[in-house]
Structure formats: C-alpha cells, structure tokens
Write a protein that binds this ligand. Structure first.
Ligand SMILES: [Zn+2]
Length: 229
C-alpha cells in the first residue's frame, strides 16, 4: 500500500525550490487549532482530541533509541491518535513518539494536506540531495538549513500491523527523515555543520524554554508499555 505523494507525481515540481512549495514554514502553516483547555498534566482535549505535552530538547527521551513495536493493539492505535492530534494542534509537519514521551518506533506526518503514520520505519534514500529549512517541535522557534536526501521510500507497518510503504520527495521526504532520526535519538541540530551547530547551541542556551524541568506524567493517558519517562 502506498500513501502520500509519489516520487513520480512530485517530479514535475522539482524545478521549484522548497520555499516556493511552502518551505519548512509549512510547519506553522495550519491555523485554527487551539482554544483548548489545558489540564494540570499539560495535556488538553479539543472535541475528543488528545493533545499531549511535547518534550523539549534536554529531555533524555529525545536522545534514547526507541524500541520496535511488536504489539499492534488498541494502545498503539491510541498512540497514533495522540501523535496525530498533537501534531495537528502544534501545528507541525511531523511528530515522533519520543516527542510525547513514548519510546516506540512510530511517527506521524502532515504534508501538503495529507496526514499519515508509520510504524517501525526502514528508509531507502535517494542519492540526490536537497537543501532546505527545517524546524522541530522540540526546539520552539528554531529553524536551520539541513541537507537531506531528496526522496525516500519508507517501509514499515500501519497501526494494525499491515505492511505500509510511504514514498515521497522534498517536504514529505524531509519530514520522514527528520522523524525517523527522532526514533534513533538523532536531532536535527546533529545534522548542522559545526558553525551552525554552535549558533544553535547558543540560541538554545538563551531560549526561555531551555533548562525547564523535564515534565513527568504521573498518570499515563494510555498504556506506554513501561517506556514512558
Ligand atoms: Zn523534530
């Protein structure tokens, strides 16, 4: 099963720059979500949606390799729903399970109006590369140019355990690579050149959100397989 823009379908757009396609600002392109009541545990609900607190840089779970999913059960489907709702609420082009405190190999994406998810992704990257601006919901307000493969074929499973392939280029390929990195504890600042990375670390040190205590979830909203932190 193939979901999302195909490489062939996207090829005629290759002459456009990523900024002409909406660029990484598409992370913030969606509007109209919000107005939610925030609960004491940092989560909130909008018309049945379950928006989780997003973990920020400094939280150790973002540096921990996530585990393969083996149980394709109701809890996994709840996790996919939580990831989707939290991603759309942020809004963002993608969100990986560790970013909401769950150490499992699952991510969701939202690119060009299409929303999807992938479990246990394995990536096949094109040799051709792309340069473009990238941001991360775990680094509020920060954007840097990051070189990525131009296209990707990602294979894995859907939330029911059925084989799933997601193929795409440009923004979708960038989002898939960014989110899969999260599952290996790799963050987008790791992909910057040394000078950019020094600048990013300076910005982080001065950021208002930096150094905030790591959130704890006293009562998990759903089973987290003992891997929530
Ligand atoms: Zn990210």
């Amino acid at each position: 099963m193939v979901v999302g823009p195909l490489l062939g379908r996207k090829r005629d757009q290759n002459h456009l720059s990523t900024s002409q396609l909406g660029g990484w600002d598409a992370w913030n392109a969606r509007a109209g979500w919000g107005g939610a009541d925030e609960a004491r545990d940092g989560t909130h609900t909008i018309l049945g949606m379950s928006v989780q607190q997003i973990r920020l840089f400094g939280d150790p779970i973002l540096r921990t390799r996530a585990s393969e999913v083996v149980d394709f059960d109701k809890e996994l489907r709840t996790l996919v729903t939580d990831l989707t709702d939290t991603m759309l609420d942020a809004p963002g082009a993608g969100l990986a399970a560790p970013q909401i405190g769950v150490g499992l190999r699952v991510f969701t994406w939202c690119v060009d109006g299409e929303v999807g998810h992938l479990v246990n992704p394995v990536l096949d990257l094109t040799e051709e590369e792309q340069d473009g601006e990238e941001g991360c919901l775990s680094f509020p307000g920060m954007r840097y140019d990051v070189r990525r493969a131009h296209g990707v074929v990602a294979t894995g499973q859907d939330m029911y355990g059925e084989p799933l392939t997601v193929s795409g280029s440009l923004m979708l390929a960038r989002a898939i690579q960014h989110e899969t990195d999260h599952l290996d504890g790799i963050l987008f600042i790791d992909r910057l050149d040394p000078e950019q990375r020094r600048e990013a670390m300076r910005v982080i040190r001065e950021a208002t959100w930096s150094g905030e205590p790591v959130p704890t979830v006293k009562i998990s909203p759903h089973a987290t397989f003992g891997r929530a932190r």
